[in-house]
Design a protein around this ligand. Structure first.
Ligand SMILES: Cc1ncc(C[n+]2csc(CCOP(=O)(O)OP(=O)(O)O)c2C)c(N)n1
Ligand SMILES: [Mg+2]
Length: 583
């Protein structure tokens, strides 16, 4: 019998889970944990701010399908980790956070005056799926197993285990338990009930017009082929949540690109049966309600989700199936095939042709902005040129108010699961670290992060993290020297008529909406990265190519026209989304 400690027990559990990376910053209070990770060959990837560790873990989890693990130390480390955990839970990424806390004799409850201590579980349990503290060495393995069980139940999100320093580090004379994951947690996908598959197939085949709406659940289940098969069999257009864009590549005839919001509303109103997979129909899906969707009395819904709490949450489901998206769609495709043809094929094809025509026309209208070659550039060029320069399959991270909207409008999703943002939370600055997590997840290709100058200012220190870890990230910072999106709203709130007439108010007419300039290219160079600055749209491609060829992480400071930047396409739809739909 050898001596061990709580840190080793947890490190070995993570090894059994197949964890290869842990994101976080070191501290003496969990030396027993991270030194054992190191000993076991699990790499510790260290950012320069704990909140970034959470975003790196979240991005890594989403892109690889593995568990994302982050760590932070008691008091300040955990305080810094909080915003990242809030966001990753909201985005639904499978993240396990392991933190240290002070010794049990002085916390839970705090004796009063304990150094670097606060009620970490009390704070995190309000927004995470599960959060608990270990109270004695005997319970480390058991609570570790409970935490992991929660990681694989329901909607993915954040699970947290808090471990006192004395339990992390103190030597105990016992053997390390060696349970395999299959011995204590769900390790197989949820199998659909056959009668629900048949009922769904009957409904969808008999429909006048069906649609499929896909959420992130399709990404978590890697159900891309099965989704395409069902869509093709039904000749059904596919809409997505923002986060699931590209699960059916937007080059496919049946794909309805999310940025064409009016068309999405139309498609959702044309259908009498909707198959909703891996989406809870939240606010950015207009809650599944009229006038954006057809009323439930005229549109039945088949809903498939791994989380029972999601089923029928926003609108009533005719079939509410608790099942893995991939297994359900595969069984559904077989069931549809067995039924032979489906109703109204000609009418469906006519509608589809109409949708394609709308997509072509809307695209052409948007692309007119690419004719604008004035300096500083129209922001339309940024994502458009990035897509041309970066290899197919590059992960795009979109962060920053209007910078992200422009990126969404001018980037076509051609490969599933190559887009990151915080679509649910809209957290400025999270993209800096999401890009790092993406580069760790996919070291074989570069990552492109399009980000506003306000958002980049939240975490510029992480450029050094990219350099130190040799992460192939190119930050394309869209510089308008203002909080662009908010300034636009503010102008309309202050002087709507003048804003409409003159497009922008004067410098003294807005409230604290302007920013000073940060030379992001110089900042990059100061940290050992490659820097570029470009204002002329004709020079953007060459600047990006130099950035990629530099062999280093890079930052491209892009000067955009601040007024044009405020008038991002589709802004009215986002305003619209903030009000409760009538239906
Ligand atoms: C952390 C955080 N703080 C505040 C906001 C509110 N907010 C939304 S957009 C925006 C302005 C964004 O400015 P920038 O990143 O420069 O992007 P731009 O709109 O100028 O392209 C702000 C402050 C937010 N979403 N996230
Ligand atoms: Mg800005």
């Amino acid at each position: 019998m050898n001596g061990t400690n709580g840190g080793e027990v947890l490190a070995r559990m993570l090894l059994a889970e197949g964890v290869e990376k842990v994101f976080g910053i070191i501290d003496g209070t969990y030396f027993g944990f991270y030194s054992n990770l190191h000993k076991l060959g699990i790499e510790i990837v260290t950012p320069r701010h704990e909140t970034c560790a959470a975003h790196m873990a979240g991005a890594y989890a989403r892109l690889t399908g593995r568990l994302g693990v982050c760590m932070a130390s008691n008091g300040p480390g955990v305080a810094n980790l909080l915003p990242g955990l809030v966001v990753e839970n909201a985005e639904g990424n499978r993240v396990l956070a392991i933190t240290s806390c002070r010794r049990p004799q002085i916390v839970y409850p705090d004796r009063g005056g304990a150094y670097q201590a606060f009620d970490q579980v009390g704070a995190i349990k309000h927004f995470a799926k599960w959060s608990n503290a270990v109270v004695s060495f005997d319970r480390v393995a058991e609570l570790g197993r409970t935490a992991l069980r929660h990681c694989y139940e329901g909607r993915p999100g954040v699970v947290h285990l808090d471990v006192p320093e004395t339990i992390m580090n103190g030597k105990v004379k016992v053997d390390v338990p060696t349970w395999q994951p299959t011995q204590f947690r769900r390790a197989h996908a949820l199998v659909p009930a056959p009668d629900q598959v048949e009922e769904a197939a009957d409904l969808l085949v008999a429909a006048d017009q069906s649609i499929i709406h896909a959420g992130s659940g399709v990404i978590h289940a890697s159900a891309y082929d099965e989704l395409r098969r069902v869509a093709e069999l039904l000749c059904a257009p596919v809409t997505t949540s923002w986060a699931a864009r590209g699960v059916l590549p937007e080059t496919h005839d049946l794909a309805i690109p999310m940025p064409l919001i009016k068309l999405n509303h139309q498609v959702r109103n044309d259908a009498d049966v909707a198959l909703v997979v891996g989406s809870r129909l939240g606010e950015t899906d207009w809650w599944g309600k009229a006038p954006y969707w057809r009323r439930p009395s005229e549109q039945r819904m088949v809903q498939v989700d791994v989380d029972g709490h999601v089923l029928g949450a926003s609108r009533p489901a005719t079939v509410a199936a608790l099942a893995d998206a991939r297994l359900f769609l595969a069984a559904l495709a077989d069931a549809i095939e067995r039924r032979g043809g489906r109703a109204n094929l000609d009418a469906r094809r006519r509608r589809l042709a109409q949708y394609r025509e709308t997509i072509r026309a809307e695209r052409a209208k948007l692309d007119e902005k690419l004719q604008d070659l004035e300096v500083p550039m129209n922001p339309a060029h940024v994502a458009h040129v990035c897509q041309r320069v970066f290899p197919e399959g590059t992960t795009l991270v979109a962060d920053g108010g209007n910078a992200a909207i422009w990126a969404m409008m001018f980037h076509e999703m051609r490969v599933p699961n190559t887009l990151l943002s915080t679509f649910k939370f809209g957290m400025l600055g999270a993209g800096v670290a999401q890009a790092l997590g993406a580069a760790v997840a996919r070291p074989d290709r570069p990552v492109c992060c399009i980000i506003g100058d306000g958002a980049m200012g939240f975490h510029p220190q992480e450029i050094e993290t990219a350099v130190r870890n040799r992460l192939r990230v190119v930050y394309v910072v869209v510089c308008d020297r203002q909080w662009g999106m908010v300034k636009m709203n503010q102008q309309f709130a202050l002087k709507p008529v003048k804003t409409l007439l003159t497009k922008a108010l004067g410098p003294d007419e807005t409230i604290k909406a302007d920013l000073g300039e940060i030379r992001f290219d110089k900042l990059a160079e100061a940290m050992g990265a490659h820097g570029e600055r470009v204002a002329d749209p004709r020079e953007l491609e060459a600047a990006l190519k130099r950035a990629l060829a530099s062999g280093k992480p890079a930052v491209v400071h892009v000067d955009v026209d601040p007024v044009k930047h405020m008038w991002a396409p589709g802004l009215m739809h986002f305003k619209d989304m903030h009000a409760e739909p009538k239906g």
